[in-house]
Every structure is written in C-alpha cells, then in structure tokens.
Ligand binder design. Structure first.
Ligand code: SAM
Length: 217
C-alpha cells in the first residue's frame, strides 16, 4: 500500500476511533509524511501506531499519543508553541501545520541537525530551532520570545518543569508526561491569573527528559 494510503488508514483506524476528533489535528496527521522522519530500515513501519528508534537511544513518538497531546492542549492557528524534545521533528511538523509559530529545543545536536534538514526539505518556514537544555526554556535565544500560548514536553519529567511554567502565558496550557523514568502520566497544566489547574489524562511511557531539574545524563 502507498504511504499516502497507509497514512489515511492510520488516521481512520488508530486516531479517530480512539477519540481524536479535533479536525485540525486530524488534517495535520493526514498531511505530514511520517516516513520522511524515520530511517530507511524502519520506513515500512512508519504507519504502525507505535514508537520507532531514531538512534541515540531516542524514539519518534507513537502517533496516537502525539495526537492526544496536541488535542488536549488545543493547538490553535494563533498559537506560539514551545516544544521540548525535537527528536526527529515529526511532532514539530504536525505543530507547524496548525500553529502560527513553533519554537523547538533538542539536547542532542545530531538529532536537531537532521530534524532541521527534514523540516526544511518539507518547506516549513514557521519553526525556530535551539540546541540545548529544554528544561530551561527559550532563554537568551533568537527570536526573543518570553511567553508561549502552549508548551509541549515530549520527554518524561520527574516533576513539574518550573522554568517552563514561568514561560507559559496566562490562559496557556502545558502538557508534560510526568512520573518515574519507566512510567508517567500525561498532565495538563492550565495557567490562570491566580492559580494553576492540573488535569490528569492517563498513563504513558516516554524517554527521560535530561537536564536541569529533571533526570541526570
Ligand atoms: N517529538 C519527537 C517526535 O516527533 O516523535 C519525539 C521526541 S523523543 C520521544 C524525546 C526527545 O527529547 C529526544 O530526542 C531527547 O533527546 C529529547 N530531550 C530529552 N531531554 C531534553 C532536554 N532537556 N531538552 C531538550 N530535549 C531533550
């Protein structure tokens, strides 16, 4: 089956029946070619609903979990989104399909260089890249943006990443897979004027977030 058909089938069998109903998310998944983000040896598995190795002990996330995370924080056309953990750039592309601008940080330089190349070849022009510790957020980095509408952390954090919460706008939402290094829960933090609401959305398994206030290397 052609990749285009496999992509459509993945959306119809793995996303929509499991409750992914946000039309913007569905359209982004129908458009972004996951096969372009995985190495030759894994291409034939591009549209199976599970993570795949991208080298450096890292993974491209399971499509359903990415779709769920994007739906839970309600990515909008006017959003400036901060993504922690670019990896191969697949989720970055999905975010860039919907949001106004995406700011993405990856700690492994080789992965960032490769993701940048793939995303450039796919002609995305609304993505800004940073190499470094995403736990610190988008600081001393061009373009200068101090607050984001949405923040999506795509590695497992032991705790609430406080520096990131401080870079979330009032009425903004941040999603974090939070828990132990082997098992986490998806948590959405909703920042209001005088309080932060916490919403729990079930279990997941991510590679560890390595950096300040998270796990050691
Ligand atoms: N978003 C990716 C996708 O589209 O499938 C998957 C990301 S992968 C599950 C997690 C990534 O987070 C890895 O590439 C890892 O190197 C990165 N990472 C871990 N800790 C980090 C940190 N403190 N700052 C930036 N990136 C980090």
């Amino acid at each position: 089956m052609r990749f285009d058909d496999q992509r459509k089938r993945m959306v119809e069998t793995n996303l929509i029946p499991r409750g992914i109903l946000d039309q913007k998310v569905i359209e982004a998944f129908l458009k972004v070619p996951r096969e372009r983000f995985v190495s030759a040896q894994w291409k034939e598995f591009s549209y199976q609903d599970h993570p795949l190795s991208i080298g450096f002990k890292q993974t491209i996330s399971q499509p359903y979990i990415v779709a769920l995370m994007m739906s839970l924080i309600e990515i909008k056309e006017t959003d400036k989104v901060l993504e922690i953990g670019t990896g191969c750039g697949y989720q970055t592309a999905l975010l860039a399909e919907i949001a106004e601008e995406v700011f993405t940080i990856e700690r492994i330089e080789e992965l960032l260089i490769s993701a940048k190349k793939t995303l450039k070849n796919l002609e995305y022009t609304n993505i800004h890249f940073k190499i470094g510790d995403g736990c610190l957020g988008w600081v001393n980095t061009l373009p200068p943006v101090s607050e984001f509408d949405k923040i999506i952390v795509s590695a497992a954090s032991p705790d609430l990443p406080k520096a990131l919460l401080s870079q979330l706008k009032i009425n903004g939402k941040m999603i974090v897979p939070q828990g132990s290094s082997s098992r986490q829960e998806l948590i959405v933090y909703e920042k209001l004027e005088n309080e932060v609401l916490t919403h729990y959305h079930g279990g997941c398994v991510f590679v560890p977030l390595i950096g300040e206030g998270a796990w050691d290397n």
